[in-house]
Design a protein around this ligand. Structure first.
Ligand code: P6P
Length: 343
């Protein structure tokens, strides 16, 4: 058996590496890998390209505006939400690698059709996060989380979905911004790929992303200030340098979690969506928004808390449950834990 490389060596300045090549190289570092996880990642990359095409032409193809229906979140579904949801389901339901899926847009578990083989992974996703921004051309994103199946049957049950985030085997997101990027981790660092629209290929552009220990940016919606508890207000004042205890952070908030998170991942910062009197559990969903981004952030050297617990240690009880979240540069998230734990 030829010696297996312990890591892949390349000149990141000149090497052209497609996401497919990268996935294969990563799989080769795990001798026992079956290739199923690689197959899921390939299919997610395909779905991302298809969604990117729709998002890019949204202003032209009359897919703007709401579909007039309400999803489980009680939000008016955007047409692109539905298209993105269907794209992911159809790209992944027949590969024989999943035992089931769950989506922000669907109340219940999404079963694998009876005519298809199943596998031992469970996929959760937010097909188009920030979709309320679509009509005004603010970047939106897709977020995904992959869990190992826990139950013995060939189809998932709710128990397979309700696992703490620390059990994820992979997580990632796609940001449909000035360029389309796919960022993911399988537990061996965080890697970013930029879509070359002419080639139709995701190319490795950001190998081994690390988030700075101290952040420049604060992403929080301060219009909720009057609804926050006093410790949260004190924390945000601290982040903004208003109590003289630290340098002021630059406030950057576009109202699209993937866009705000991505900027902070690359430049350093903290994204905060605290609980407030109108949303006592916060707004963002644990399973398919907070867990995957917390996994990515920790893999990049950052941290994520709900104020008192590590996000990845929260044991879910409901598919669409929400949680407060402070995620980003470790020193800044630790500050949140220190100031809020006392509350
Ligand atoms: P608010 C978009 O609707 C979303 O789910 C996230 O992408 C975003 O960070 C958040 O809600 C914005 O919420 O209350 O500040 O408008």
């Amino acid at each position: 058996m030829p010696d297996r490389p312990s890591r892949v060596v390349r000149n990141t300045a000149t090497s052209v590496v497609t996401i497919e090549r990268f996935i294969i190289e990563q799989e080769e570092l795990h001798p026992g890998a079956s290739g199923a996880l690689s197959g899921i990642l390939y299919d997610l990359a395909l779905a991302a390209k298809m969604i990117a095409n729709k998002v890019r032409s949204a202003g032209l193809a009359d897919v703007l505006g709401s579909a007039g229906e309400e999803n489980v979140q009680g939000e008016v579904q955007q047409k692109l939400d539905l298209i993105a949801n269907e794209t992911i389901v159809k790209a992944l339901d027949h590969g024989g690698r999943l035992c089931g899926m769950a989506s922000e847009e669907v109340d219940e578990l999404i079963p694998i059709p009876p005519e298809f083989r199943t596998g031992r992974y469970f996929l959760l996703f937010d097909p188009l996060d920030g979709s309320s921004n679509i009509d005004v051309n603010v970047p939106v994103g897709t977020i995904f989380s992959i869990l190992p199946q826990k139950t013995a049957g060939d189809r998932a049950t709710l128990e397979d979905a309700l696992q703490p985030g620390r059990d994820q085997v992979a997580a990632g997101y796609v940001i449909y911004g000035s360029s389309t990027m796919l960022v993911y981790s399988t537990g061996s660092g965080v890697h970013g790929f930029t879509l070359d629209p002419l080639l139709g290929e995701f190319l490795l552009s950001h190998p081994d992303i690390r988030i700075p220990e101290h952040g420049r940016y604060l992403s929080v919606n301060e219009s909720y200030e009057q609804h926050w508890d006093a410790p949260v207000r004190d924390l945000v004042r601290r982040y903004r340098g208003l109590d003289g205890k630290r340098d002021a952070m630059n406030v950057r908030y576009v109202g699209s979690m993937v866009a705000d998170f991505h900027r902070n991942l690359l430049g350093g910062g903290v994204f905060a969506y605290p609980a407030n009197a109108k949303a006592p559990s916060g707004k963002l969903r644990l399973l398919y928004e907070c867990n995957p981004l917390a996994f990515i952030c920790e893999q990049a050297g950052g941290a994520a808390t709900d104020g008192t617990r590590r996000i990845l240690d929260i044991v879910p009880t409901r598919l669409h449950e929400r949680t407060p979240i402070y995620v980003g540069s470790k020193a800044d998230v630790d500050m949140a834990s220190e100031m809020l734990a006392a509350q």
